[in-house]
Design a protein around this ligand. Structure first.
Ligand code: CA
Length: 253
């Protein structure tokens, strides 16, 4: 476990960008779940929805599969695992790859875990037990966002110290790159497209997660909290992303 990161971090991101250029149509998903009945349920339903699913039962297997399949675009991670926990796996995958979509699987009683998981870099979570329709809707929505990486969109948005490159989907603040997840990028883009305008949490959810999103409004708050940590000088006293009480958020300089 100790040395996987040194093997994984750089080669993974290099391999991934190469493979993405070669093939944008692969819909490959990693499912990390040690309970075989749940894993089979996920695999069968994602296969039915047209995905190629790579399976792992331990954290170590998951890292090995990511190394073997650099074109995996979404990872579904269970939290309770035999050799590690899903949050730790999430944190390590996210460190190696800012673009991969990550969904946590959590049990209903682990309410607090949701927030922890999203703060370690997950884009979404699905609460067990879940229906096939919910699973595929959430994965489809995440795939649409992560798949958007290759779309040509010329230009950049420059506001105050921020420069958002909409072609490379990157953000700089005062010339320094800020690493964003795909969801965080989409939220930034929405803010910078609407300077000074109060955006409701529903608007943000519809634009970033899609109208067919099954989850809760809270996910917008958690992602924005994480975004503030990355872009604000003082995240506890935000000046760029301000809260509009009882409504949503506003981007202003
Ligand atoms: Ca488990």
């Amino acid at each position: 476990m100790a040395d996987w990161k040194s093997k994984l971090t750089k080669p993974l991101s290099q391999q991934r960008s190469n493979s993405e250029r070669k093939n944008d149509t692969v819909k490959k998903i990693l499912v990390l779940e040690d309970e075989t009945s749940i894993r089979s349920f996920v695999v069968i339903n994602l296969n039915r929805a047209g995905y190629e699913v790579i399976e792992a039962g331990t954290g170590a297997e998951a890292f090995e599969q990511l190394r073997l399949h650099p074109d995996i675009k979404v990872a579904i991670l269970d939290i309770m695992l035999p050799d590690t926990d899903g949050f730790e796996v999430c944190r390590k995958i996210r460190t190696a790859d800012p673009h991969i979509g990550i969904v946590m699987l959590s049990a209903r009683t682990q309410e607090m875990d949701k927030v922890t998981g999203l703060m370690t870099g997950a884009d979404d979570y699905i609460t067990k037990p879940f229906s096939p329709a919910e699973l595929t809707a959430r994965i489809d929505a995440l795939f649409r966002r992560t798949g958007a990486t290759g779309q040509a969109d010329a230009g950049e948005l420059v506001q105050g110290p921020f420069r958002l490159n909409t072609r490379n989907r990157t953000l700089e603040k005062e010339g320094f790159r800020i690493k964003l997840t795909q969801v965080e990028y989409s939220i930034m883009k929405m803010f910078m497209d609407n300077p000074g305008k109060a955006l409701s949490r529903e608007d943000i959810l519809n634009t970033v997660w899609g109208r067919d999103y099954f989850g809760e409004l809270k996910i917008a708050d958690v992602n924005i909290r994480r975004l503030r940590i990355k872009i604000e000088d003082d995240p506890t006293n935000p000046v760029y992303i301000t809260t509009v009480w009882g409504y949503g958020y506003k981007w202003g300089l």
